[in-house]
Design a protein around this ligand. Structure first.
Ligand code: HGY
Ligand code: MN
Ligand code: MN
Length: 412
């Protein structure tokens, strides 16, 4: 009897080694680490009997061909991680459906539809100030303008993709026809504490929060920390500190809003000089789009007043936004009922994290399966999912696929 959870654990630890040196996993898109990971996944896909392709957005696609004319169920998640992240975020959603397909193959079960397991290149938006590159390409919502965005080394997304052997000008040809699709099902570690608190290994997502990100640059005036009088200083970091405090105040005082300043740089960043320039990010998330966009507008208004008070120049740009996305009720109900004795996945919960599924919702019905996350921590080296929970997820996915097959044959 195969221990599918153990197989998942083994494969995920192999992919986790495809990382920059340092704590946790750092696997950014279009890098040697990304290449090592998709080489490993390609081998696994081919061993399972899938046809493997790499599309021009860097998405690795493992396809199991159904009967001629049948539609396709899309599964998968992202291969990239945050810096010093965990070994499960994203990549678990590639490995578990692969093993669910392998389980069905081992049981001699053939599906009356095609299945594609997708490993999207860039969901996190850590290397470039954009995100959901591969899923937006399939959904036909990719904006070519992001190809000119640069990473901290000044490399554009276009250059990084070309160096990776891709032709980014072909991305616009990748959009799929919704008529060909049964839907998109994403499996993901919960990244929160709910399933652990409810003592459930699995859960089904009701909706994915909306998200927006602002890039802010504050320009003041530097000077000698010892000789420049306090009055009249144009200290960029003092202005930034007011923004950080205001973002936190908004998050603390607004229901259904998460507000975070996650990244900040200071120049010249030396102990005895007044900071001249600060860049920082502000991120707002909410299941309610009006709450989220009102927060973004309020922050821009706050910064206009602050710039005058502090005699600093403040340039702010909303660099990223995506709407909150409800999951498809029918597909989610089919997923919810597919638990096994290891734990039904009937618990419905919202996702505070965003996912490729939120982009895929523009293309086809989406559903998400959450797997319990130890202590609810994610985006850290301590991120962990238990092998038995992953085994339960593989069982649930295999059971979902066979139930979908039965429903598909009833309808045909
Ligand atoms: O930021 C997120 O919610 C996701 O992990 N990219
Ligand atoms: Mn993720
Ligand atoms: Mn993530």
């Amino acid at each position: 009897m195969t221990d599918w959870g153990a197989r998942a654990e083994c494969l995920l630890s192999q992919v986790a080694a495809c990382s920059e040196p340092g704590p946790g996993v750092t696997r950014l898109p279009f890098t040697p680490e990304h290449r090592a990971a998709i080489d490993l996944l390609q081998t696994q896909m081919e061993e399972i009997g899938l046809t493997v392709t790499l599309d021009h957005a860097g998405t690795l696609i493992g396809r199991s061909e159904g009967p001629p004319g049948s539609r396709t169920l899309l599964m998968g998640s992202h291969q990239d991680s945050v810096r010093e992240g965990g070994a499960y975020d994203g990549i678990m959603g590639v490995v578990l459906p692969l093993l669910a397909l392998d389980k069905l193959r081992a049981e001699g079960i053939e599906l009356p539809f095609s299945v594609e397991v997708l490993a999207f290149a860039d969901e996190e938006g850590v290397r470039f100030p954009t995100a959901l590159v591969g899923s937006r390409a399939l959904a036909g919502t990719f904006d070519d303008a992001v190809l000119s965005m640069t990473d901290t080394q000044g490399v554009t997304l276009r250059e990084a993709m070309a160096c990776f052997g891709l032709n980014p000008e072909q991305i616009r040809t990748l959009s799929r026809n919704p008529e060909d699709l049964l839907g998109f099902v994403e499996t993901h570690i919960e990244q929160g504490p709910v399933l652990e608190r409810e003592e459930r290994p699995l859960g089904v997502v009701s909706a994915i929060c909306g998200i927006e990100r602002h890039q802010i640059e504050i320009t003041g005036e530097t000077g000698h920390a010892g000789t420049l009088p306090m009055s009249g200083r144009r200290d960029a970091l003092v202005a930034a500190a007011a923004i950080v405090a205001e973002v936190d105040r908004m998050g603390q005082s607004t229901p259904n809003l998460r507000a975070t300043v996650g990244a900040l740089t200071v120049e010249p960043n030396v102990v005895n000089a007044v900071p001249r320039r600060v860049t920082l990010t502000a991120e707002f998330r909410s299941p309610d789009d009006a709450t989220r966009s009102a927060a973004g507008d309020a922050l821009h208004h706050f910064m206009q007043n602050l710039a005058a008070d502090r005699k600093t120049a403040i340039n702010a740009e909303k660099t990223y936004a995506q709407m909150a996305q409800p999951c498809d009720a029918t597909l989610s109900a089919q997923l919810a009922g597919r638990g096994t004795d290891k734990g039904a996945c009937g618990l419905l919960l919202p996702s505070g994290a965003t996912h490729d599924a939120s982009a895929m919702a523009d293309l086809c019905p989406i559903a998400m399966l959450f797997v319990r996350c130890r202590d609810g921590v994610s985006h850290t080296p301590e991120e962990f999912a238990a092998k038995d929970d992953m085994g339960a997820a593989i069982d649930a996915l295999a059971s979902f696929l066979t139930a979908l097959a039965r429903k598909d044959s009833e309808n045909s």
